[in-house]
Design a protein around this ligand. Structure first.
Ligand code: SF4
Length: 382
């Protein structure tokens, strides 16, 4: 393995996360649960009936790295457009259905890889059976999505308010309906906007059932606060080994949800995509403008998908130490120049003026090397 941070993960036991053993299901081409990588999802917010606009947003999400995308199907016009959207999408799609069992059947027929549907909310047992049959016929899995804001009236009366017990009971009631029909290709989410409630509900659910869990803190809020809330909620569950697929819910561009989702997984060493930039906050000792440089580098390196690390540190106080564990490093050193490190070793001096271009070149070169190494290893394994 070439990434120094990855190597550390294997020899430092305190970095190890033991994932809960869930059974595996499929969302189209993406495996969810078991030992499958934790997938990152988002949801379109265009009118689904506008297939072109929805597809354009799906493309943006695909480019940002989305593994799965959810699309709402509130009416027949939407499920009709869903057929075109599913045909053109490169990532598997989850059709979001509320109450209308016909929309579920239509979406399965139109190419949905998964239905987000609560079987207890779609009416009679016959209707449930029809939806399950459509899912079976079209290789569709399901997600039961319990939300603290829309719990069943009986459960609210029984428990007095949304609480972990009520959310888990709701989830298990829906799950039982599917299990009674011998349908086991489902995952569950129990989301709340309060991270405490969310985490407690997932912890309880994780012990009660072995299906994969879709994590999310729902309606987390705008970009900054929503990201923090999600990082705390999702981060603590993932750290405890809970979670097989994640969706960060932000009142922001859905592309941001994918970026934040990957950043949470990257911070926990659970998944790597793109350049993990380690940078100091900077202070009077900085040998160059760290904040401005990191901003530019983040943009210039956004196209790299190869997992690798880069340290950009203002001075020698922390620069050499951080560079030890990164693929490429730069440490400011005064007199308008700094030192470049490759795989932890100091290799040469570089003027601050040409530093951004030089670092971009080095990172691109390293990414190409790592890709070639990985391709070679995959070929050898075959
Ligand atoms: S590494 Fe140097 S420049 Fe960066 S914050 Fe620390 S002391 Fe300041």
């Amino acid at each position: 393995m070439s990434n120094a941070a990855d190597q550390l993960g294997h020899i430092r036991p305190w970095r190890h996360i033991e994932r809960r053993k869930s059974r595996q299901i499929r969302v189209g081409s993406v495996a969810v649960g078991g030992d499958a990588p934790i997938s990152v999802q988002s949801m379109t917010n265009t009118p689904t009936a506008d297939a072109a606009a929805t597809l354009e947003q799906i493309r943006q999400l695909e480019e940002a790295g989305a593994d799965i995308v959810r699309v709402s199907c509130p009416d027949e016009e939407s499920t009709a457009a869903f057929r075109t959207i599913a045909r053109e999408s490169r990532v598997p799609l989850v059709a979001d259905i509320h109450f209308h069992y016909r929309r579920g059947i239509e979406a399965a027929e139109a190419g949905a890889a998964c239905l987000r549907i609560n079987p207890g909310n779609i009416g009679s047992r016959d209707r449930v059976r029809e939806v399950i049959q459509a899912a079976r016929d079209h290789g569709c899995s399901m997600r039961i999505g319990v939300n603290a804001g829309s719990l069943e009236r009986e459960l609210l009366e029984k428990y007095g308010e949304p609480c972990p017990d009520a959310m888990v009971e709701s989830a298990l009631n829906h799950a039982r309906i599917l299990q009674d029909e011998d349908f086991h290709e489902f995952k569950i989410s129990v989301k709340a906007s309060d991270p405490f409630l969310t985490v407690a509900a997932y912890q309880q659910l994780a012990d009660a059932i072995d299906c994969p869990l879709h994590l999310g803190v729902t309606e987390a809020g705008p970009l900054r606060t929503g990201t923090i809330k999600s990082a705390i909620g999702l981060g603590s569950m993932l750290w405890a080994g809970i979670g097989d697929t994640i969706r960060v819910s932000l009142a922001a561009d859905p592309v941001e949800e994918i970026k934040v989702g990957f950043d949470i997984l990257k911070s926990l060493g659970l998944r790597h995509r793109g350049v993990n930039i380690i940078a100091c906050p900077s202070c009077a000792r900085q040998g160059f403008n760290v904040i401005e440089t990191v901003g530019v580098l983040e943009e210039r390196l956004a196209h790299i998908t190869t997992p690798m690390s880069l340290s950009i540190i203002g001075c020698v106080v922390n620069g050499p130490g951080e560079a030890l564990y990164t693929d490429v490093g730069f440490t400011g050193g005064g007199k308008g120049a700094g030192m470049v490190y490759l795989a932890g070793k100091m290799t040469h001096k570089q003027d601050n003026a040409g530093m951004v271009e030089h670092i971009v070149e080095l990172v691109e070169k390293k990414a190409a090397e790592l890709d070639a190494e990985r391709a070679g290893a995959a070929q050898a394994a075959e």
